[in-house]
Design a binder for this molecule. Sequence first.
Ligand code: ZN
Length: 566
Amino acid sequence: MACSHSHSPDTQSALLQAILTELQQVKANQTVFESKLESLALPPTSPPSLTGSIPPLAGPSSEVPATPLVKPADLPTSPSLVARKDAATGKYSQRVILTTYPGQVGINPIPLNWGAKTAEERGPVVAARSAKSLKVRNAIGAYSGSYSVYRALAAAAGLIDPSHKPDYTNTEPPVEVPHNPAWDDPKKIVALDPYGHLVPQVYKSYLDAGIDARPTISITKAHIKLNDFDEAVRAGSLEVDGKVVVRIPTEWVNQSRLDSAAAKTARAADDVAAKHIEHAAFDAGVELNVSKAAVEPVWYLPGIAERFGITEGELRRALFEEMGGAYPELLTRHDLHTFLPPIGGLTVYIFGNPDFIRDESKELTLRIHDECNGSDVFGSDICTCRPYLIYGIEEAVRCAQRGGVGIVVYFRKEGRALGEVTKYLVYNARKRSGDNATTYFKRTEDIAGVKDMRFQVLMPDVLHWLGVKKIDNLVSMSDMKVSITTLGDHAVFSVDPPLTPSDLLQYDAIVNSGITVGRRYEIPEELIPPDSRVEIDAKIAHGYFSTTTVTDLAKTAGRMWEDLAH
Ligand SMILES: [Zn+2]
């Protein structure tokens, strides 16, 4: 029999009341649940105590127990997972935050206004995932570029406390790189943080509040000692001026060695190091005084995308996919536009008075050098990299000695940013197939799919950070006639001779960024190693700047492996 009796108005009211109560209970549970989630990411005993202009953090509710765990099944849309027991050692939050979303409970990034007029308006770049920084972080990625991976190893092995707070006492720059108008231009600087060297000073209030904002640039002073410069002084091509090129006081070196030896126990007769000390006690030669800055990449994604003529979405998707699905926030956090990529950065070497960089009345010489470890450090003769680097440093020094200033920028873009493994594969292919300047670029492209991935379009940012407005002397031969047109959202690069988008080269990149270049010059012929003529002639024939032209490219051949056995 069907239930057919009707409810009295009182009964209906009671029923509605019950439903309402139930709904209120659900809402209350939801609030408690959200608070519980909150408490998982922040240590329960460290409520945030932020002051000043820093947006307040949503802290854990005091009634919430510190140890609730919710099964992932209860949380179908949660971006987090419960950590496996063995990983929950107290170093990190109990819940693994796989990614975050804009508008998510507790997510409240510190405003980061790229290109704002002052450090305060701009805001610090916060990429850390430490408890107090996770919800206010305004940048994707990790500090220290590729070295973040070593930090992970140290943390996993228990060698570093992930919550270690750096002590920046006495780390401030001994050389000033002050604010200049390019810092306020969100298009001029997109590949580094112009305030990166000033973080402990200008963002002190954030650091004091426990926010882990880290310097991405540091500046120091040093001496360079290479035998090449001793030789240059002996040959008379480099002058000892007592300021930039300084003679090392040999007596001081020898006395220092004697003192050091006296402070130690006697070395054994067969000690190789002891023989070296004996042997080395002669004219100590010269050294170069230099100021230098280490710069880690900080990318403003809309600006990076614009340089390549693509959309920010295309850039984010490619980064996510090509990095093996790392940094899901590239896809989920469209409110965050800053990314610290896990790649190498650059070093700036300054010869002479660094203040002259910003003084347009002073002569400026520049060498932009892309890393080639095999040649730069180990002297491989297959390319011109080290001779070019040494020549660039000497030219920078000579400019400083004339009363100007010299800059050498060293980019970590090994093997045209293809990496050393690809480079050696190309070497093998070249040496086995008749090393010839006509096939130089093709051999690289056959293997890597591209000739070059150095992307000089991002290179001039460091010059704008330094305050460079004009370059009198550019020691570089890389040049390519490149024109860019757009087709829909895509940039179309047309080059003569036809090359790939990666062939946006130094001179064009510098001039297109608004810096004028006076004179370009290349390495003197006598400094080019014979085996590297293949590279040089291929580049000249391809449009690189040179005062010479190559009339018969096929005649430029490198030596084969058999030729090396002598
Ligand atoms: Zn090289």
